[in-house]
Ligand binder design. Structure first.
Ligand SMILES: CC(C)(COP(=O)(O)OP(=O)(O)OC[C@H]1O[C@@H](n2cnc3c(N)ncnc32)[C@H](O)[C@@H]1OP(=O)(O)O)[C@@H](O)C(=O)NCCC(=O)NCCS
Length: 175
């Protein structure tokens, strides 16, 4: 069961400027085209449209996920887990928390793009009901790789892995 892998000290909260250096370290280790610091700063300060979340264990950042509200669409723009904590359901907890937040903000559709070679991420997104809807050729500047655009409806009964623990509404925890 997924819950068995969770530690008591685990939490998912809104990203703050205090988390920035830890987030950047994970970002630089995870992506060949990491986002610059200023981009994260802007996202953290945009409380109206941006949903930046961090997963923490014992107060340390072990992963993060970022999404934007665009009218009724929730766009998932970034998701990464610290290398040492991968395959421990942190990624799916973050994705679940993002999708819960999108639902709580009345979004009906979630979209994202993913490198076509990123099997780990594609498998995670499929698990949460995302389907490929389009291919954007040469989308990634660094390698010229194609992006797969994936989409899912956001519904209360959105498909989630069995035994998954519901996370309290993240915006509430942040107050
Ligand atoms: C993609 C990523 C966020 C997944 O996070 P994670 O915490 O390791 O994933 P989880 O443990 O929550 O795994 C959930 C599901 O994702 C899929 N998955 C995760 N890692 C996988 C891997 N290496 N190979 C195949 N499937 C994988 C599986 O379906 C898994 O379910 P299972 O454990 O029941 O098989 C993580 O690998 C990562 O940070 N990668 C680098 C950054 C990145 O590529 N981000 C995505 C950008 S679109």
């Amino acid at each position: 069961m997924d819950e068995m892998k969770l530690e008591k000290s685990d939490e998912i909260v809104r990203m703050s400027l205090h988390d920035l250096e830890d987030v950047l370290a994970i970002e630089r280790d995870s992506f060949s085209n990491p986002w610059p610091k200023d981009h994260f700063r802007q996202i953290i300060s945009d409380r109206k449209h941006a949903v930046p979340l961090v997963a923490k264990r014992d107060g340390e950042v072990i992963g993060y996920g970022i999404a934007w509200l665009k009218f009724e669409t929730f766009h998932i723009g970034n998701l990464a887990v610290h290398r040492s904590f991968r395959r421990r359901k942190i990624g799916q907890r973050l994705l679940r928390a993002l999708m819960e937040t999108g639902l709580g903000r009345d979004c009906r559709l979630a979209t994202l793009e993913v490198r076509e070679t990123n099997q780990a991420a594609i498998s995670l997104y499929r698990k949460f009901g995302f389907s490929p809807v389009a291919l954007q050729t040469g989308y990634y500047d660094d390698t010229g790789e194609n992006a797969i655009i994936m989409m899912t409806e956001l519904r209360q009964d959105v498909r989630t892995p069995p035994g998954y623990q519901m996370i309290p509404h993240v915006e509430e925890k942040d107050r």
